[in-house]
Design a binder for this molecule. Structure first.
Ligand code: B12
Length: 215
């Protein structure tokens, strides 16, 4: 795991790919590699960026190496054999290009059995609403990493309310500047601090909602 962390920090994409493939061959599972390799690597990159040891070019290289890792591990997690437990539409809100955290949330959701439609980053409020309708999603997940883009989340919820379809969806929000208080204030249903908790909370909340509808 230390070598994976070092390779991500150094932005060495080929090495990251090779090391993750080796780790999988040695029997480590995808979640373990995320928890002990990918997440600590990005935490370390964030710290180094914060303390000016890293600048934007190094962060971009590390992000690309991280994406190599999440792509390989997503493929692993997609090997879900049971019926999907629900549908999720996920994206990073308009004006925001940060997608590492969002990718991790998508991966974890797939890991617990959701079918996930990833809309990418810089996603317009109308696209969230249209795609959720088109794909008959159960959950809309929004990620924001900039304080300036957080209001986009409120905008999406506003659109759902105006179209009278708000009750159809569980709206889940997250990202480093997002808080429980903010989530409540904008009328979201769910907030969690990290990707692992997001997947479990999404599953639990959807199951609860279905049980309530059956009563
Ligand atoms: C990597 C990075 C970049 C990369 C992004 C690459 C990419 N492909 O994503 C690049 C270099 C492109 C970039 C650009 C910019 N960035 Co930047 N970036 C970062 C950095 C260093 C790390 C972010 C990250 O990936 N963290 C790791 C992931 C795993 O964590 P995470 O995203 O928080 O996700 C976790 C949780 O939040 C949660 N989660 C995330 N999404 C969701 C969604 C749901 C539904 C749920 C439930 C949970 C959840 O789960 C995840 C995993 O557990 C942060 C610093 C920091 N300390 O966070 C700055 C940071 C976010 N950037 C910042 C800024 C200002 C910018 C720029 C404006 C330029 C600049 N001056 O640096 C541009 C903006 C571009 C744009 N329009 O978006 C600021 C934001 C300040 C603010 N509060 O608004 C930060 C905080 C740095 C700082 N201290 O100044 N950045």
């Amino acid at each position: 795991m230390e070598r994976i962390i070092a390779a991500i920090e150094a932005g060495k994409r080929k090495q990251v790919k090779w090391l993750i493939e080796q780790a999988l061959l040695e029997g480590h599972d995808a979640k373990e590699i995320v928890d002990l390799g990918l997440l600590p690597a990005m935490e370390s990159v964030s710290r180094k960026y914060h303390s000016a040891q890293f600048y934007v070019p190094e962060v971009i290289l590390a992000s690309h190496a991280m994406t190599v890792g999440t792509t390989i591990l997503s493929d692993q997690m997609e090997e879900w054999s049971g019926d999907p437990i629900g549908r999720v539409v996920i994206g990073t809100v308009k004006g925001d290009l940060h997608n590492i955290g969002k990718n991790l949330v998508a991966m974890m959701l797939r890991g617990v059995g959701f079918t996930v439609y990833d809309l990418g980053y810089d996603v317009d409020a109308d696209v969230f609403v249209e795609k959720a309708g088109e794909l008959e999603a159960d959950i809309i997940c929004m990620s924001a990493m900039l304080t300036t883009t957080m209001p986009e989340m409120r905008k999406v919820i506003g659109r759902l309310v105006n179209l009278r379809v708000r009750e159809r969806y569980i709206v889940m929000v997250g990202g480093a500047p997002v808080t429980e208080v903010f989530a409540k204030r904008i009328g979201a249903d769910l907030y969690t601090r990290d990707a692992g908790m997001a997947a479990l909370a999404a599953k639990e909340t959807l199951q609860k909602r279905r049980q309530e509808l059956c009563r």
